[in-house]
Design a protein around this ligand. Structure first.
Ligand code: HMG
Ligand code: MG
Length: 299
């Protein structure tokens, strides 16, 4: 952060990565860089920029290296997704300071998203995190399919906690709990957070990452806030999804989250009007309106 703004919560913006990875059209490189710069200027303290995954798996983000270079010195402080040592090499070459690994709580999604079994994913992450930490990088870990999986149905809480704890224990500083397909509801959010707390992971090391498929993302964020979570992933304009998860739709819109916190008197440090202008501009580039109700109301 380091921008001198007082914040009660941290919004971890994933629009340029989770949002643009799922778009049919490839956003021009210069517009991606401008998107990130504008989000930072609007007061977002963390903006995940892109992914160093296999370019044929996510062609939308194949220009990851060019994007970080184009952002210059500032590019290095934006977190980037890294699945393996090859991705880490690419991030290290550019001087990236924050990476995020992304594991799956289910067997099927591990295979579909990472081409690895549930167990094999750890053999891929372990040396990646060890080398990243040795090089002084900060590592975030995501765990996907925390509530439901399109192939396996409901995911047992114990399974999510076991995978999540294992990922964090590799040497990550934060674990983001992903409702990849947006099926979770408030009671389940509380139960999962309680289970993580009981396993020795306090709310301080946890973040929540909601997708809005069933319109529950904002309610789930509120439940997590009431529980004690203070880091929330969200995507400007509600962009988002996962190309390897059927039925994954947009993330929780950052505007919806900022509007809720503003009403609660919880400081996010984000300029909502500026953010709405950014999402409206990006919607023009993508050729479709933002699904966020707040963007529609204020735009
Ligand atoms: P693989 O095919 O098993 O890779 O894919 P491999 O290890 O067998 O390597 C095959 C070739 O790929 C090799 O090249 C490697 O060098 C190259 P060759 O020797 O044949 O010439 N390669 C790479 N090249 C560039 N960058 C790399 C890389 N890795 C290998 N990083 C892999 C395994 C993990 C790479 C692949 O499955 C992959 O890229 N998956 C990424 C899928 C993805 O990005 N999904 C979306 C993000 S997850 C998400 O959205 C969920 C989240 O938002 C949270 C939530 O909502 O729940 C985070
Ligand atoms: Mg996601």
């Amino acid at each position: 952060m380091g921008d001198g703004v007082e914040r009660d919560v941290t919004i971890y913006e994933v629009g340029p990565r989770d949002g643009l990875q799922n778009e049919k059209s490839i956003v021009p490189l210069a517009d991606k860089a401008e998107f990130i710069r504008r989000l930072v200027a609007a007061g977002l303290p963390v903006v995940e920029a892109t992914s160093f995954v296999h370019p044929s798996w996510v062609p939308q983000l194949a220009d990851a290296a060019e994007l970080i270079e184009l952002l210059g010195q500032d590019g290095r402080r934006h977190p980037v997704l890294v699945p393996n040592e090859r991705g880490l090499d690419r991030a290290l070459e550019l001087g990236c300071e924050h990476i995020a690994i992304f594991g799956s709580a289910t067997e099927t999604f591990a295979q579909r998203n990472l081409n690895r079994s549930l167990d094999e994913q750890f053999s891929m992450f372990e040396p990646t995190v060890a080398r990243a930490r040795a090089a002084g990088l900060d590592v975030r870990a995501y765990v996907s399919m925390c509530f439901g999986d399109p192939w396996e149905g409901a995911v047992p809480v114990d399974q999510v906690v076991t995978v999540g704890k294992r990922l964090l224990d590799l040497g990550a500083s934060q674990l983001s709990l992903g409702d990849t397909i947006g099926v979770g509801t408030t009671g389940q959010v509380g139960a999962l957070l309680d289970a993580f707390n009981a396993a020795g992971l306090p709310d301080e090391v946890l973040a929540v990452h909601f997708h809005d498929t069933y319109g529950q993302a904002l309610a789930n964020a509120y439940a997590a806030w009431q529980h004690g979570i203070r880091t929330f992933d969200a995507s400007a304009g509600g962009l988002g999804g996962c190309p390897y998860a059927e039925s994954a739709t947009g993330n929780l819109a950052t505007e919806d989250l900022v509007w809720m916190f503003r009403g609660l008197g919880v400081e996010t440090g984000v300029d909502l009007d500026a953010l709405v202008r950014i999402s409206t501009w990006m919607a023009g580039i993508l050729g479709r309106p933002s699904p966020s109700r707040v963007v529609t109301a204020l735009g």
